[in-house]
Design a protein around this ligand. Structure first.
Ligand code: SF4
Ligand code: ZN
Ligand code: ZN
Length: 310
């Protein structure tokens, strides 16, 4: 392979088609670190004395961002990192990723907490899907999972005294979500999809996505080149999701027109202030069953659980 375009010394290990640049292992690793630092700075994602809760699944994104943040904040004694793993109860998947999450957190000396659907909601995701099989307008696995996971991550972070929640969303994840919301005409949800979600209620913790400008493929390469152990398995329910269709389509387009994913993100970022202004954000109240913040009287998680009981 050709030489690295930056140091012109070492052999390149990656060719970024969207920029035409070839990079060696060391320059590539540095570029990822710079990318994450730039995103954090640009969107003021970390503040003094933050206690940051990382949503840690054990997959490449969350494990990589934990290693990156650990390194970025190593000279910041005022910043504290804690990791939270949500155990949804997905057989042959989550039970395999949790030990890897645990191992990485231990290696970095980061406090790690595991919270489960079962102990919070009374059901594991697998059982919930069996129970809802006969429901007329039954949701797909990811719809249940997303609602419960978002709520539980916020609740666990709040209970641990976190001031920020960091998630491992990468460039591909965000671009897929932008397109999905648009295709579903869910522009209100689109307006909440920025790099940083400010809390709209005292019970909500601000969410930030420092990996948002790193392509999925490069997150995987970062973990591989830096010998970070990650869980590589895929959720058994991923294949049935709308996201998977968009993901495959986007990857095809990116091969033919390199840089498309970045273009979509840049275009969205230009629109975001207008979307926020136009859609505003209605005030939130507390769910009458669980007390979690919600737009309606009953939060989505409790609504789904109620349906299950009836
Ligand atoms: Fe949950 Fe869907 Fe992700 Fe599986 S693919 S972990 S069901 S959101
Ligand atoms: Zn180099
Ligand atoms: Zn509720």
């Amino acid at each position: 392979m050709a030489l690295c375009n930056l140091c012109e010394e070492h052999e390149a290990v990656v060719w970024r088609r969207y920029s035409g640049v070839r990079l060696c292992k060391s320059c590539f690793t540095q570029s990822i670190e710079q990318n994450v630092k730039r995103t954090i700075r640009r969107h003021a994602m970390i503040s003094k004395n933050d206690r940051i809760a990382l949503g840690l699944s054990g997959g490449k994104d969350s494990v990589s961002i934990m290693h990156l943040l650990n390194q970025i904040t190593e000279n910041r004694p005022d910043i504290e990192l804690i990791a939270i793993t949500i155990d949804e109860g997905i057989k042959d998947y989550r039970n395999e990723s949790i030990p890897i999450a645990e191992k990485n957190a231990k290696q970095l000396g980061i406090e790690h907490k595991i919270v489960s659907f079962k102990e919070t909601y009374g059901y594991i995701l697998d059982d919930l899907l069996v129970l809802t099989k006969s429901q007329k307008r039954r949701l797909k696995a990811c719809a249940y999972c997303g609602v419960f996971r978002r709520s539980l991550l916020n609740r666990a972070a709040r209970e641990l005294g976190a001031t920020k929640v960091v998630t491992g969303h990468n460039l591909d994840d965000d671009v897929q979500a932008i397109l999905m919301n648009f295709m579903r005409s869910d522009i209100e949800r689109e307006s909440r999809l920025g790099p940083k979600t400010e809390p709209r209620h005292s019970k909500l913790v601000a969410r930030v996505k420092p990996l948002r400008e790193v392509p999925e493929r490069e997150v995987a390469l970062y973990a591989l080149l830096n010998e970070i152990e990650v869980h590589l398995g895929e959720c058994p329910y991923a294949g049935e999701s709308f996201r998977q269709v968009i993901r495959n389509w986007l990857n095809e387009v990116e091969v033919k027109y390199p840089g498309t994913k970045y273009s979509i993100l840049r275009g969205f970022d230009k629109l975001l202030p207008t979307l926020k202004e136009k859609f505003g954000h209605p005030p939130l109240q507390e769910c009458k069953y669980c007390g979690e913040p919600t737009q309606y009287k009953v939060c989505k998680a409790c609504e789904l659980l109620q349906k299950l009981k009836t």
